[in-house]
Design a protein around this ligand. Structure first.
Ligand code: GLY
Length: 346
Protein backbone atom coordinates (compact mmCIF):
# COMPACT_ATOMS: atom_id res chain seq x y z
CA UNK A 1 0.00 0.00 0.00
CA UNK A 2 1.14 3.54 -0.76
CA UNK A 3 0.17 6.47 1.41
CA UNK A 4 0.09 10.20 0.73
CA UNK A 5 -0.40 12.57 3.68
CA UNK A 6 -2.26 15.74 2.77
CA UNK A 7 -1.34 18.56 5.13
CA UNK A 8 -4.31 20.89 4.74
CA UNK A 9 -6.20 22.69 7.55
CA UNK A 10 -7.77 19.28 8.25
CA UNK A 11 -4.97 16.77 7.47
CA UNK A 12 -5.76 13.32 6.11
CA UNK A 13 -4.28 10.41 4.22
CA UNK A 14 -4.86 9.02 0.74
CA UNK A 15 -4.33 5.25 0.65
CA UNK A 16 -3.54 3.69 -2.73
CA UNK A 17 -3.90 -0.06 -2.68
CA UNK A 18 -5.11 -2.80 -4.99
CA UNK A 19 -7.85 -4.59 -3.10
CA UNK A 20 -8.30 -1.56 -0.82
CA UNK A 21 -12.11 -1.68 -1.09
CA UNK A 22 -12.17 -5.02 0.72
CA UNK A 23 -10.16 -3.48 3.56
CA UNK A 24 -12.03 -0.19 3.67
CA UNK A 25 -13.78 -1.00 6.98
CA UNK A 26 -10.46 -1.56 8.73
CA UNK A 27 -9.12 1.77 7.40
CA UNK A 28 -12.29 3.76 8.14
CA UNK A 29 -12.34 2.38 11.69
CA UNK A 30 -8.99 4.13 12.25
CA UNK A 31 -10.37 7.61 11.47
CA UNK A 32 -13.56 7.52 13.57
CA UNK A 33 -14.54 6.33 17.03
CA UNK A 34 -18.13 5.83 15.88
CA UNK A 35 -19.33 2.52 14.46
CA UNK A 36 -22.34 4.07 12.74
CA UNK A 37 -21.97 5.01 9.09
CA UNK A 38 -24.02 6.31 6.16
CA UNK A 39 -22.80 4.94 2.83
CA UNK A 40 -23.86 6.91 -0.25
CA UNK A 41 -23.42 5.59 -3.79
CA UNK A 42 -25.06 5.42 -7.24
CA UNK A 43 -26.92 2.58 -8.93
CA UNK A 44 -23.93 1.49 -11.08
CA UNK A 45 -21.38 1.38 -8.25
CA UNK A 46 -23.99 -0.26 -6.02
CA UNK A 47 -23.89 -3.37 -8.23
CA UNK A 48 -20.10 -3.42 -8.58
CA UNK A 49 -18.64 -2.52 -5.20
CA UNK A 50 -21.21 -1.78 -2.48
CA UNK A 51 -21.32 -5.28 -1.01
CA UNK A 52 -17.52 -5.46 -0.76
CA UNK A 53 -17.43 -2.22 1.20
CA UNK A 54 -20.41 -3.12 3.41
CA UNK A 55 -18.95 -6.55 4.22
CA UNK A 56 -15.63 -5.03 5.20
CA UNK A 57 -17.31 -2.35 7.32
CA UNK A 58 -19.61 -4.84 9.05
CA UNK A 59 -16.62 -7.08 9.77
CA UNK A 60 -15.14 -4.38 12.02
CA UNK A 61 -18.45 -3.60 13.71
CA UNK A 62 -19.99 -0.78 11.64
CA UNK A 63 -23.75 -0.46 11.44
CA UNK A 64 -24.35 0.96 7.94
CA UNK A 65 -27.31 2.74 6.37
CA UNK A 66 -27.19 2.94 2.56
CA UNK A 67 -28.52 5.56 0.13
CA UNK A 68 -28.40 4.84 -3.62
CA UNK A 69 -29.28 7.40 -6.30
CA UNK A 70 -29.34 7.23 -10.13
CA UNK A 71 -25.90 7.61 -11.73
CA UNK A 72 -25.02 10.72 -13.75
CA UNK A 73 -24.61 14.48 -13.50
CA UNK A 74 -28.38 15.25 -13.12
CA UNK A 75 -28.16 13.66 -9.65
CA UNK A 76 -25.82 16.45 -8.48
CA UNK A 77 -28.94 18.51 -7.83
CA UNK A 78 -30.57 20.43 -5.02
CA UNK A 79 -33.43 17.90 -5.06
CA UNK A 80 -31.06 14.95 -4.60
CA UNK A 81 -29.18 16.84 -1.88
CA UNK A 82 -32.53 17.22 -0.08
CA UNK A 83 -33.08 13.46 -0.39
CA UNK A 84 -29.63 12.82 1.09
CA UNK A 85 -30.36 15.15 4.05
CA UNK A 86 -33.65 13.29 4.66
CA UNK A 87 -31.84 9.95 4.50
CA UNK A 88 -29.16 11.13 6.98
CA UNK A 89 -31.88 12.38 9.32
CA UNK A 90 -33.94 9.16 9.08
CA UNK A 91 -30.75 7.15 9.71
CA UNK A 92 -30.11 9.18 12.88
CA UNK A 93 -26.63 10.18 11.74
CA UNK A 94 -25.05 12.46 14.33
CA UNK A 95 -22.04 14.74 14.13
CA UNK A 96 -19.82 12.05 15.60
CA UNK A 97 -20.77 9.41 12.98
CA UNK A 98 -19.19 9.00 9.55
CA UNK A 99 -20.45 9.39 5.97
CA UNK A 100 -18.87 7.36 3.15
CA UNK A 101 -18.93 8.51 -0.49
CA UNK A 102 -18.52 5.41 -2.68
CA UNK A 103 -18.36 6.24 -6.39
CA UNK A 104 -17.14 8.71 -8.98
CA UNK A 105 -17.07 12.49 -9.04
CA UNK A 106 -20.84 13.02 -8.80
CA UNK A 107 -21.12 10.82 -5.70
CA UNK A 108 -18.03 12.40 -4.09
CA UNK A 109 -19.06 15.98 -4.82
CA UNK A 110 -22.66 15.81 -3.58
CA UNK A 111 -21.88 13.53 -0.64
CA UNK A 112 -19.01 15.83 0.36
CA UNK A 113 -21.33 18.83 0.26
CA UNK A 114 -23.97 16.97 2.30
CA UNK A 115 -21.23 16.11 4.82
CA UNK A 116 -20.07 19.74 4.89
CA UNK A 117 -23.54 21.08 5.57
CA UNK A 118 -25.59 18.44 7.42
CA UNK A 119 -25.54 19.29 11.15
CA UNK A 120 -22.94 21.95 10.15
CA UNK A 121 -20.43 19.25 9.31
CA UNK A 122 -19.99 15.48 9.67
CA UNK A 123 -16.71 13.66 8.91
CA UNK A 124 -16.67 11.82 5.59
CA UNK A 125 -14.54 9.34 3.69
CA UNK A 126 -14.02 9.30 -0.07
CA UNK A 127 -13.80 5.93 -1.83
CA UNK A 128 -13.40 7.06 -5.46
CA UNK A 129 -14.12 4.35 -8.05
CA UNK A 130 -13.24 6.19 -11.29
CA UNK A 131 -9.82 7.32 -12.48
CA UNK A 132 -10.94 10.95 -12.61
CA UNK A 133 -12.27 10.94 -9.07
CA UNK A 134 -9.15 9.15 -7.75
CA UNK A 135 -6.68 11.64 -9.23
CA UNK A 136 -8.75 14.78 -8.96
CA UNK A 137 -12.12 15.28 -7.31
CA UNK A 138 -11.71 13.09 -4.20
CA UNK A 139 -8.59 14.97 -3.07
CA UNK A 140 -8.44 18.63 -2.14
CA UNK A 141 -11.80 19.22 -0.47
CA UNK A 142 -13.88 20.79 -3.23
CA UNK A 143 -17.49 19.68 -2.83
CA UNK A 144 -20.47 20.99 -4.79
CA UNK A 145 -23.81 20.57 -6.47
CA UNK A 146 -25.09 22.04 -9.75
CA UNK A 147 -27.88 24.61 -9.99
CA UNK A 148 -29.73 25.97 -13.04
CA UNK A 149 -27.16 28.78 -13.36
CA UNK A 150 -24.27 26.36 -13.81
CA UNK A 151 -22.19 23.42 -12.65
CA UNK A 152 -20.60 23.41 -9.17
CA UNK A 153 -22.03 26.83 -8.28
CA UNK A 154 -23.05 25.83 -4.75
CA UNK A 155 -20.48 24.09 -2.61
CA UNK A 156 -17.98 24.18 0.21
CA UNK A 157 -14.40 23.32 0.99
CA UNK A 158 -14.58 20.19 3.13
CA UNK A 159 -11.54 17.96 3.36
CA UNK A 160 -12.35 14.26 3.83
CA UNK A 161 -11.11 12.27 6.82
CA UNK A 162 -9.60 9.65 4.50
CA UNK A 163 -9.43 8.73 0.80
CA UNK A 164 -9.15 5.08 -0.30
CA UNK A 165 -8.08 4.46 -3.92
CA UNK A 166 -8.24 0.91 -5.23
CA UNK A 167 -6.85 0.51 -8.77
CA UNK A 168 -8.60 -2.86 -9.09
CA UNK A 169 -11.90 -0.96 -9.02
CA UNK A 170 -10.82 0.78 -12.23
CA UNK A 171 -10.71 -2.56 -14.09
CA UNK A 172 -14.50 -2.58 -14.35
CA UNK A 173 -14.62 0.84 -16.04
CA UNK A 174 -15.62 1.21 -19.70
CA UNK A 175 -12.88 2.66 -21.94
CA UNK A 176 -14.52 6.08 -22.24
CA UNK A 177 -14.58 6.53 -18.46
CA UNK A 178 -10.89 5.57 -18.22
CA UNK A 179 -10.12 7.97 -21.11
CA UNK A 180 -11.97 10.74 -19.30
CA UNK A 181 -9.70 10.28 -16.27
CA UNK A 182 -6.65 10.29 -18.54
CA UNK A 183 -7.51 13.86 -19.58
CA UNK A 184 -6.71 14.94 -16.00
CA UNK A 185 -3.66 12.63 -15.68
CA UNK A 186 -2.09 14.08 -18.86
CA UNK A 187 -2.81 17.54 -17.46
CA UNK A 188 -0.77 16.75 -14.32
CA UNK A 189 2.18 15.62 -16.45
CA UNK A 190 1.99 18.76 -18.55
CA UNK A 191 1.81 21.22 -15.65
CA UNK A 192 4.28 19.66 -13.21
CA UNK A 193 6.11 16.46 -14.13
CA UNK A 194 7.81 15.56 -17.39
CA UNK A 195 8.72 12.07 -16.07
CA UNK A 196 5.03 11.39 -15.45
CA UNK A 197 4.27 12.62 -18.96
CA UNK A 198 6.95 10.28 -20.35
CA UNK A 199 5.40 7.36 -18.46
CA UNK A 200 2.04 8.09 -20.04
CA UNK A 201 3.33 8.77 -23.55
CA UNK A 202 5.22 5.46 -23.53
CA UNK A 203 1.94 3.56 -22.93
CA UNK A 204 -1.61 3.68 -24.26
CA UNK A 205 -5.20 2.83 -23.34
CA UNK A 206 -4.59 -0.90 -23.99
CA UNK A 207 -1.78 -1.30 -21.44
CA UNK A 208 -2.82 1.44 -19.01
CA UNK A 209 -3.11 -1.03 -16.11
CA UNK A 210 0.69 -1.51 -16.20
CA UNK A 211 1.22 2.11 -15.15
CA UNK A 212 -1.94 2.68 -13.14
CA UNK A 213 -0.55 2.60 -9.59
CA UNK A 214 2.50 4.72 -10.34
CA UNK A 215 0.45 7.18 -12.39
CA UNK A 216 -2.32 7.55 -9.78
CA UNK A 217 0.28 8.03 -7.05
CA UNK A 218 2.17 10.72 -8.99
CA UNK A 219 -0.99 12.60 -9.99
CA UNK A 220 -2.31 12.67 -6.41
CA UNK A 221 1.09 13.74 -5.13
CA UNK A 222 1.07 16.71 -7.54
CA UNK A 223 -2.43 17.61 -6.39
CA UNK A 224 -1.24 17.31 -2.77
CA UNK A 225 1.56 19.81 -3.31
CA UNK A 226 -0.71 22.31 -5.09
CA UNK A 227 -3.55 22.03 -2.55
CA UNK A 228 -1.19 22.30 0.42
CA UNK A 229 0.09 25.61 -0.98
CA UNK A 230 -3.32 27.00 -1.90
CA UNK A 231 -6.10 25.06 -0.18
CA UNK A 232 -8.78 27.69 -0.83
CA UNK A 233 -8.06 28.29 -4.53
CA UNK A 234 -6.77 31.83 -4.42
CA UNK A 235 -3.71 31.47 -6.63
CA UNK A 236 -1.51 28.47 -7.42
CA UNK A 237 -4.41 25.99 -7.41
CA UNK A 238 -5.53 27.66 -10.64
CA UNK A 239 -2.80 25.69 -12.47
CA UNK A 240 -5.03 22.63 -12.09
CA UNK A 241 -7.27 24.37 -14.62
CA UNK A 242 -4.88 23.88 -17.55
CA UNK A 243 -7.11 23.05 -20.53
CA UNK A 244 -10.23 23.81 -18.52
CA UNK A 245 -11.17 27.24 -19.94
CA UNK A 246 -11.80 25.92 -23.44
CA UNK A 247 -12.69 22.51 -21.97
CA UNK A 248 -15.59 23.99 -19.95
CA UNK A 249 -16.62 25.95 -23.06
CA UNK A 250 -16.74 22.71 -25.08
CA UNK A 251 -18.76 20.98 -22.36
CA UNK A 252 -21.15 23.95 -22.27
CA UNK A 253 -21.44 24.05 -26.07
CA UNK A 254 -22.44 20.36 -25.94
CA UNK A 255 -24.95 21.21 -23.22
CA UNK A 256 -23.07 18.89 -20.83
CA UNK A 257 -24.29 15.81 -22.68
CA UNK A 258 -22.36 13.37 -24.84
CA UNK A 259 -19.05 15.14 -24.20
CA UNK A 260 -17.21 14.43 -20.96
CA UNK A 261 -15.17 16.72 -18.73
CA UNK A 262 -11.98 14.77 -19.49
CA UNK A 263 -12.59 15.06 -23.24
CA UNK A 264 -13.05 18.79 -22.75
CA UNK A 265 -9.80 19.06 -20.78
CA UNK A 266 -7.85 17.11 -23.44
CA UNK A 267 -9.25 19.12 -26.35
CA UNK A 268 -8.84 22.36 -24.38
CA UNK A 269 -5.17 21.61 -23.58
CA UNK A 270 -4.45 20.79 -27.23
CA UNK A 271 -6.25 23.89 -28.53
CA UNK A 272 -4.48 26.38 -26.27
CA UNK A 273 -1.12 24.65 -26.87
CA UNK A 274 -1.68 24.79 -30.64
CA UNK A 275 -2.10 28.55 -30.36
CA UNK A 276 0.44 29.53 -27.73
CA UNK A 277 3.07 26.78 -27.53
CA UNK A 278 2.96 25.04 -30.93
CA UNK A 279 6.38 23.44 -30.29
CA UNK A 280 4.65 21.07 -27.78
CA UNK A 281 1.51 20.48 -29.76
CA UNK A 282 2.43 17.30 -31.60
CA UNK A 283 3.75 15.58 -28.47
CA UNK A 284 0.66 16.47 -26.43
CA UNK A 285 -1.75 15.42 -29.17
CA UNK A 286 -0.01 12.07 -29.64
CA UNK A 287 -0.36 11.35 -25.93
CA UNK A 288 -4.06 12.35 -25.85
CA UNK A 289 -4.77 10.26 -28.96
CA UNK A 290 -3.08 7.21 -27.35
CA UNK A 291 -5.77 7.34 -24.65
CA UNK A 292 -8.59 7.90 -27.17
CA UNK A 293 -9.07 11.52 -26.21
CA UNK A 294 -9.89 14.36 -28.64
CA UNK A 295 -6.99 16.55 -29.74
CA UNK A 296 -9.01 19.58 -30.80
CA UNK A 297 -12.43 20.56 -32.02
CA UNK A 298 -14.14 21.56 -35.26
CA UNK A 299 -16.43 23.97 -33.42
CA UNK A 300 -15.53 27.51 -34.50
CA UNK A 301 -13.71 29.50 -31.81
CA UNK A 302 -16.29 32.28 -32.26
CA UNK A 303 -18.95 29.85 -30.94
CA UNK A 304 -16.84 28.63 -28.02
CA UNK A 305 -15.53 31.94 -26.67
CA UNK A 306 -18.92 33.17 -25.40
CA UNK A 307 -18.99 30.05 -23.17
CA UNK A 308 -15.54 31.02 -21.75
CA UNK A 309 -16.77 34.49 -20.76
CA UNK A 310 -19.66 32.92 -18.83
CA UNK A 311 -17.12 31.22 -16.58
CA UNK A 312 -18.24 32.48 -13.18
CA UNK A 313 -14.75 32.03 -11.77
CA UNK A 314 -13.25 34.79 -13.88
CA UNK A 315 -12.79 38.11 -12.16
CA UNK A 316 -14.54 41.02 -13.89
CA UNK A 317 -13.40 41.25 -17.49
CA UNK A 318 -10.05 39.53 -17.03
CA UNK A 319 -9.46 35.89 -17.69
CA UNK A 320 -6.78 33.64 -16.19
CA UNK A 321 -5.48 31.02 -18.54
CA UNK A 322 -2.79 28.41 -17.94
CA UNK A 323 -0.10 27.73 -20.49
CA UNK A 324 2.73 25.16 -20.60
CA UNK A 325 5.68 26.28 -22.68
CA UNK A 326 7.69 23.18 -21.67
CA UNK A 327 6.33 19.81 -20.59
CA UNK A 328 6.25 19.84 -16.78
CA UNK A 329 6.19 23.63 -16.41
CA UNK A 330 3.27 26.02 -16.50
CA UNK A 331 2.34 29.61 -15.82
CA UNK A 332 -0.85 31.48 -14.99
CA UNK A 333 -1.48 34.41 -17.33
CA UNK A 334 -4.08 37.06 -16.59
CA UNK A 335 -5.32 39.07 -19.58
CA UNK A 336 -8.44 41.03 -20.52
CA UNK A 337 -11.03 38.69 -21.99
CA UNK A 338 -10.81 40.57 -25.29
CA UNK A 339 -7.08 39.79 -25.46
CA UNK A 340 -7.78 36.10 -24.76
CA UNK A 341 -10.27 36.12 -27.68
CA UNK A 342 -7.67 37.74 -29.93
CA UNK A 343 -5.06 35.13 -28.98
CA UNK A 344 -7.43 32.23 -29.58
CA UNK A 345 -8.89 33.51 -32.83
CA UNK A 346 -5.68 35.03 -34.22
N1 GLY B 1 -10.29 20.12 -9.73
C1 GLY B 1 -9.53 21.29 -9.53
C2 GLY B 1 -9.26 21.57 -8.10
O1 GLY B 1 -9.43 20.73 -7.25
O2 GLY B 1 -8.88 22.68 -7.79
Amino acid sequence: MKKISIKTSHPYEVLIERGGLAKSGEYIAKVTNSRKAAVITDDIVEKLHLQTVLDSMKAVGFECSVFVFPNGEPSKSLANLGNIYDFLCESNITRSDIIVALGGGVVGDITGFAAASYLRGVEFVQIPTTLLSQVDSSVGGKTAIDILGGKNLVGAFKQPALVICDSDALKTLPQEILSEGMGECIKYGMIRDEKLFELMESHDIENIDDIMDEMVYKCIDIKRAVVENDEFDRGERMILNFGHTLGHALEGWHNYTGFSHGEGVAAGMCMITDRLAPQLSERLKKCCAAYKLPTGSDIPMSELLPFCSKDKKNEKKDINYIICREVGKCEIVKVPFTEFCRLMEG
